[in-house]
Design a binder for this molecule. Structure first.
Ligand SMILES: C[S@@+](CC[C@H](N)C(=O)[O-])C[C@H]1O[C@@H](n2cnc3c(N)ncnc32)[C@H](O)[C@@H]1O
Length: 510
């Protein structure tokens, strides 16, 4: 199908759908991009009729919407996005990779997969240059499925406002001012090669010398994929990495239930995945995984709730003098921050029931690791547990300003809005719907979407949502770990499946 064969009205309907479903407002000049995207999808699907395609999307085909999305949006990105991860790359990962590559007399091999307009690979290039690596000392490949984004990345021209996260020294060294933009100097451009590549395809690129990648960054990209596509891509990353090589995902992304092949390592407050080495080079204590930490957090909060529900008896005699004249309330003390493992420190405090101290520790940690979404969401959840709902909602909103594609933040904000008693139901419905779009496996989001719709007397939507909740939760023995904890989260997804089942039965009678 030629581009000219696509009628204006089909493009306009697609634009309307994108606005309604995900809040995307394609600019007038982007209508050409929309037309191109529509044509690409029609060709890929072997479909001749643009109206039939748009109708198919209007019918709620989320898998196809997800496939179309990267073609109509230029993904949000920033220079040095996720400062914690870049701190880990600078302090530990890059020095290790550079040393190994020098020992093996080969270039460092890095792939930025899903590079959008190039801020990520140029940040990596600046990092390498600052650590003394010459362009020929690194094979830095940057790819994206969106050819417009790749073209812009290759041109290396960025508006002045994009540089808020780049130090003046780096801007001066690596960019040249040109009117109200900055252009990457040829010295910087020499570090990166750009290519169009589809991560949902079968053929994955190798380093120029045919070896394996030392590190693959695929950050904030798997959001566009359904679970099978994610699993396939992660499997191919695993095959393409050398043993001990790193896989960096976005800070709200995890491989839980997708792949158990990688080990999770915490470096400088950031979580990275590493392909295990057959024989460890260094013997060290195994680090607790993020999943373990979250499970411990949950257990602690559950215990706290149980204790809170138990009527207090008289204090044991041995404790009485201490309680009568405490030196300082334990809750007001903020312990020294464990900068290597702040989240685990918070978990330990919660295990001991020290909620105020946990909150103070989180505040301290957030000063140090201001970009950590895990810490921020944990703070929101802790405030919820402590009954400070309004503040909790604001924390989730802050998390979403930081990372608009974080499914957990949408979920928790949606639930928190629902719990406001009805006055925030509009926001609850919108947030829960976004959470579901970003992660359809979130049974809790379907369930609360049902409750919200039911309260709004939209019974057809409520039934649909409850059915989805049942489908997603049935047969599951544990939750997909979420960052943090929500106090009404039952210990077992089966509980939600049953609750949704009852709610559904109630509605069938209406
Ligand atoms: C939100 S941006 C992330 C950019 C950068 N990695 C970061 O974290 O700042 C997501 C990018 O993934 C790209 N993407 C989506 N689906 C893809 C696919 N199937 N293959 C390759 N890239 C894809 C999009 O085009 C978009 O540029």
């Amino acid at each position: 199908m030629r581009q000219a064969d696509i009628p204006e009205a089909a493009v306009a309907r697609l634009a309307k759908l994108l606005l309604e479903r995900i809040g995307l407002r394609p600019a007038t000049e982007a209508q050409i991009g929309l037309r191109l995207a529509l044509r690409a999808r029609l060709e890929a699907l072997g479909c001749e009729d643009p109206y039939a395609y748009v109708e198919w999307l209007e019918g709620g085909n989320e898998v196809e919407l997800r496939a179309l999305l990267p073609l109509v949006t230029v993904g949000k990105t920033d220079f040095f996005r996720d400062s914690n991860q870049f701190r880990a790359l600078r302090a530990q990962v890059f020095p290790e990779l550079i040393m190994l590559a020098r020992q093996e007399m080969r270039p460092v091999r890095i792939w930025s997969a899903g590079c959008a307009t190039g801020e990520e690979p140029y940040s990596l290039a600046m990092l390498a240059a600052e650590l003394g690596v010459e362009p020929q000392g690194i094979d830095l490949l940057a790819t994206d499925v969106n050819p417009v984004a790749v073209e812009r990345a290759r041109a290396g021209r960025f508006g002045a406002r994009r540089f808020a996260t780049v130090s003046e020294h780096l801007v001066r060294r690596f960019f040249e001012a040109d009117h109200d933009s900055f252009v990457a100097r040829p010295e910087l451009q020499a570090y990166v090669r750009f290519e169009v590549h589809n991560l949902a395809g079968t053929c994955f690129p190798r380093p120029r010398d045919g070896g394996c990648w030392d590190a693959i960054l695929c950050r904030n990209v798997i959001i566009y994929f359904d679970r099978p596509t994610t699993s396939r891509a992660i499997g191919r990353f695993f095959d393409g990495l050398r043993e001990g090589g790193y896989l960096c995902l976005g800070y709200s992304e995890s491989l839980y239930r997708i792949s158990g092949a990688f080990e999770l390592v915490e470096l400088e407050g950031s979580f990275l995945y590493r392909k295990p080495v057959a024989r460890p080079l260094v013997m060290s204590e195994p680090r607790p995984s993020l999943e373990d930490t979250v499970a411990r957090l949950r257990k602690a909060v559950d215990e706290h709730r149980k204790r809170a529900m138990t009527p207090p008896g008289p204090p044991p005699a041995v404790l009485a003098p201490k309680l009568a004249a405490p030196e300082k309330p334990a809750s007001s003390r903020a312990p020294e921050l464990d900068v290597a493992n702040p989240l685990q420190q918070v978990a330990r405090l919660l295990e001991g029931g020290e909620f105020e101290a946990a909150l103070l520790t989180l505040d301290k940690a957030l000063v140090q690791f201001s970009g950590s979404l895990a810490l921020l969401i944990t703070r929101g959840n802790l405030l919820t547990v402590m009954g400070r709902q309004k503040e909790a909602r604001q924390v989730y909103r802050d998390a979403l300003t930081m990372e608009p594609l974080c499914a957990e933040a949408h979920l928790f904000l949606g639930i928190a809005c629902y719990e406001a008693g009805g006055e925030l139901d509009g926001e609850a419905a919108q947030e829960l719907s976004r959470a579901i779009f970003l992660d359809p496996s979130l049974g809790l989001a379907h369930y609360y979407a049902g409750r919200t719709a039911e309260r709004q007397a939209d019974f057809a939507s409520a039934r649909r949502a409850y059915r989805n909740a049942v489908n997603v939760c049935q047969g599951k023995s544990s939750w997909t770990p979420l960052l943090g904890h929500f106090p009404d989260l039952p210990s077992d997804p089966g509980v939600i499946a049953r609750a949704a089942g009852y709610a559904l039965a109630g509605l069938e009678e209406l």
